[in-house]
Ligand binder design. Structure first.
Ligand code: AMP
Length: 380
């Protein structure tokens, strides 16, 4: 199938080919025509599937058609769980908005940065990307009005519920007009999603994109049995011995991530950290540097396990295992994408060994283990 058959306007089609998008991904094939027709859509697709463009393109086109320039309120609202995703979605919007015959005013708002500049820029915005907390702040200070919103997207809705945004989402939904088009995207379909689906969506078109089995197959996985006290030296050994130049290291908490960062820096390994307790500026700087290949190690909590698209990432290291097998798959799914092989390594203490077996069972794949305690780590 080509983009031509989806009902997109000539200027968007033009822009797609200029941006090197040759043919639609499966989620785009399903979601774009449905959204253009005004239907509600439930998209089950994860990051990397092209899901952002699957709602951004038809929404831009729909807003172009109906925009009433006297209406100074928000026409389209995209709610996302993290600041990084807000920035990423906004980048995709701007990529396509640039060339439209009637440019649409768009903005991303999120917490962790000062609210005043966002308030000033909100004037006349038609399409807004927002995290729930900041959106409510702006509503409370009357900088955002949702009374004329016709399009609503909840992206990474599963994560939004996991992160405890339920109350905030209920408030936001209560402020929206009843008649509107809803689009819900989630990496997984579980009971929570089922619940908001029935609350939000009116006879939706369901676009479920099967997880590609090959994703996991593309990733080379290895585990190292290691005593807790030797994890730091083993991490540095692995980075140096394999000459890893772009590696994402996952830690179990913000506190642990900072500790790992500290040790890496003391050992002169170029590293930055990203977690919920860091300022937005430092998070974005770390992510940008990491994405463009100028940062060697990014230490992160599960904040980054989903939602963030990095085109090619050769290495992921689980310094500590995540609690759920699903998160393990999301973490290692950061690598081995776009048909490039990746390597995912896990450091496993005796206490974590049982949990790692459970993860392998759920993943239906056995991971080869080495005994890290036998590696000579002196000097690391
Ligand atoms: P997403 O799943 O929205 O995070 O998108 C993942 C990546 O795929 C982004 O870097 C997009 O620029 C890219 N992408 C999305 N759709 C297409 C397409 N049809 N052809 C090529 N690349 C695409």
């Amino acid at each position: 199938m080509s983009f031509d058959s989806l009902g997109l306007s000539p200027s968007i089609l033009n822009n797609l080919s200029e941006n090197g998008y040759k043919k639609p991904t499966p989620i785009q094939e399903r979601a774009i025509p449905a959204i253009l027709k005004g239907e509600d859509v439930l998209g089950i697709a994860k990051t990397g599937s092209g899901k952002t463009a699957s709602y951004v393109l038809p929404i831009l086109q729909n807003i172009q058609r109906i925009v009433d320039f006297k209406n100074r309120h928000i026409t389209g609202l995209i709610v996302v769980p993290t600041r990084e995703l807000a920035v990423q979605v906004h980048e995709v919007i701007e990529q396509f908005n640039k060339e439209l015959p009637v440019r649409i005013k768009t903005l991303a708002v999120f917490g962790g940065v000062s609210v005043n500049p966002q308030m000033i820029k909100l004037q006349g915005v038609q399409l807004l990307v927002a995290t729930p907390g900041r959106l409510l702040d702006l509503i409370d200070s009357k900088a955002v009005h949702l009374s004329d919103t016709r399009f609503l997207v909840l992206d990474e809705a599963d994560k939004m519920l996991n992160l405890g945004f339920k109350d905030e989402m209920d408030r936001i939904l209560g402020l929206l007009p009843k008649k509107r088009q809803n689009m819900l995207f989630s990496a997984t379909l579980n009971e929570d999603i089922d619940q908001i689906k029935s609350l939000l969506l009116d006879n939706p078109v369901i676009a479920k994109i099967a997880e590609q089995e090959t994703d996991i197959e593309l990733i080379n996985q290895r585990g190292y049995f290691i005593e807790e006290k030797s994890k730091g030296p083993l991490l540095r050994y692995l980075i140096k011995e394999n000459n890893m130049q772009q590696v994402l290291v996952f830690a179990s908490s913000s506190f642990r991530a900072d500790q790992i960062l500290d040790k890496l820096r003391k050992n002169k390994i170029d590293a930055m950290v990203i977690h919920g307790k860091r300022s937005q500026g430092s998070r974005q700087e770390a992510l940008n540097k990491f994405k463009n290949g100028t940062l060697r190690v990014l230490v992160s909590t599960d904040l980054l396990a989903r939602g963030i698209d990095i085109e090619f990432l050769p290495y992921v290291i689980n310094y500590e295992l995540p609690r759920s097998p699903k998160d393990y798959i999301h973490r290692i799914g950061r690598t081995g994408r776009a048909e490039s092989p990746g390597l995912a390594l896990s450091l496993v203490t005796p206490e974590e060994a049982h949990h790692f077996r459970v993860i392998q069972k759920k993943m239906k794949k056995r991971v080869d283990m080495e005994d890290g305690n036998e590696i000579d780590l002196r000097g690391y």
